[in-house]
Design a protein around this ligand. Sequence first.
Ligand SMILES: NC(=O)c1ccc[n+]([C@@H]2O[C@H](COP(=O)([O-])OP(=O)(O)OC[C@H]3O[C@@H](n4cnc5c(N)ncnc54)[C@H](OP(=O)(O)O)[C@@H]3O)[C@@H](O)[C@H]2O)c1
Length: 299
Amino acid sequence: MILITGATGFIGRQLVYRLVAQGEHPRCLVRNIQQASAILPADKVELVQGATTRAVSLGAAVDGVDTIVHAAFMTADRKQSADNHYEATNVGGTANLLLAAKAASVKRVIEISGLGTKPDRPGSYMQGRYLAEEMLVDSGLDWTIIRPSVLFGKGAPFITGLVNLLQTSPVVPLIGGGKILFQPIYVEDVVTVIMQVLAEPERTNKQIYTIGGPDYYSFRQIFDVLLQATHKRRPRLYAPLPLVHIGAAVMEAVLPKPPLTKAAMALFSFDNITDLNSVERDFGFKPQSLKTYLEKQGV
Ligand SMILES: NC(=O)c1ccc[n+]([C@@H]2O[C@H](COP(=O)([O-])OP(=O)(O)OC[C@H]3O[C@@H](n4cnc5c(N)ncnc54)[C@H](OP(=O)(O)O)[C@@H]3O)[C@@H](O)[C@H]2O)c1
């Protein structure tokens, strides 16, 4: 039995559909059964209501489970609220899940983390993501951590945010000069990686896989390909990092869904890249390029 947390999320839902297509009947931990039934193939999965932040709800979810794919995280692009807090979800939620998993003799946990996860200031978003990995590594369970770069694919949060910006803003804001590098990877390719990790427990045990697509793009170049794909022209505006930090703080204070959060600014403090052949080297296939995807599918 496989349990998926974050099954209604961008990656989780594609994983669920792939597993179901292969004849699996995964269990999905979901916070709202009704909403989850509209997103997931409800007749082909087992929906268990609960939240990683509510330890008491996890016993039923982990009962009889062999492997957990843990993708229930609060990502940096989301604004915090009373029910959704970085620390409570990413650190507290992971701690609760691991405790429940051990109590139920779960064998292994596959954590979907992010490229560039590293120790940071206590209480910061990045430190929370780092602790979530460390807790798993120290848990005594079999583990695999997958750290993808930013994802593209239908409804991808990062690309959707940029396209919305292109559609509403008269200028392209080149955060920090637009030089930070990204290595966008297709969501279906990330799912293929997860499927291989699921299928090869011995080879992938106690491994961290940092994965990215077949090309590096600067932030500026991502805007360029999106402008090309949407047939738009926009002047570029250099946006110095300190100014963008202030802008993000203001937007977060006043907007329910800000286009940029303070935590997401962490993405612009390092190149979000790994080896160009990371997927082919570790998983034996060539991931799709962002340009090819946009030519075939549009934004
Ligand atoms: N998307 C990317 O570009 C990208 C890139 C690199 C790494 N990643 C990593 O991949 C993982 C999954 O990302 P994603 O893009 O799929 O995220 P997402 O679309 O924001 O989905 C998050 C999922 O977690 C669930 N969730 C949040 N808090 C929960 C809680 N307390 N209990 C149970 N479920 C909870 C959400 O459920 P609800 O439906 O109830 O909200 C949703 O299903 C994250 O670790 C992320 O950092 C993503």
